[in-house]
Design a protein around this ligand. Structure first.
Ligand code: HEC
Length: 180
């Protein structure tokens, strides 16, 4: 049941589209506050995806669980969204639930944006701070996952499709820009 970090070279990387492992009971993942670090190993898409879909332990942007309408600056086309932060990431939020102006997110910070079209969850966009990871782009892992947890854009792409837009935000985050 415990989420073990894959050590050494067992994981060959490069299989971006996969994600079919761990197909079953993914919603019962660990509390995101108790996730492992990558010391000595690398997280896989399956692990990051599972952490992102943990059922509890989240703080929502602006402390609101309702959805926001898409912003004009967004690279994400769905009409609505909702963004949540695990315990480590939430330490960088102020009492108003916005990211602090001088925020620097610690390793293991996980931010999940739920992208919602016509009332249905379409995909998750995720950022996970893991500075020492070989997959990090600007210190973060970047990915899109489908609602069933499978991978649309793998962390192994190192944020190639993401960091252009995200380079201007507070520690590469953009919610404060779109929803001040
Ligand atoms: C065209 C610009 C653009 C691109 C490309 C883009 N994003 Fe974003 N992203 C934004 C903006 C703007 C926001 C703020 C919320 C909004 O307006 O939708 C955001 C918000 C987010 C958030 C919520 C946390 C935060 O405050 O930034 C996550 C997670 C995220 N994006 C992940 C990704 C990933 C992963 C990719 C690449 C696969 C990506 N984004 C590509 C513009 C972009």
């Amino acid at each position: 049941m415990a989420l073990s970090v894959v050590l050494g070279t067992a994981c060959g990387g490069g299989e971006g589209g996969g994600g079919e492992r761990d197909g079953g009971d993914l919603i019962s993942g660990p509390d995101p506050g108790s996730q492992p670090t990558t010391s000595g190993g690398e997280l896989t898409d399956a692990q990051v995806s599972m952490l992102s879909r943990a059922p509890s332990g989240w703080t929502y942007y602006r402390n609101r669980r309702d959805t926001l309408s898409r912003s004009s600056g967004s690279g994400h086309s769905e009409s609505h969204l909702r963004t949540r932060y695990n315990e480590v990431a939430a330490a960088q939020l102020g009492a108003d639930g916005k990211v602090r102006g001088n925020a620097v997110f610690a390793d293991s910070s996980l931010i999940v944006k739920e992208l919602i079209a016509e009332g249905t969850l379409n995909r998750y966009a995720i950022m996970m701070k893991m500075r020492a990871s070989d997959n990090a782009g600007d210190g973060w892992l970047w990915a899109y996952y489908r609602p069933d947890g499978s991978t649309l854009i793998s962390i192994t792409s190192r944020g190639a499709a993401c960091t252009g837009c995200h380079s201007t935000g507070i520690d590469y985050t953009r919610m404060n820009d779109s929803y001040p």
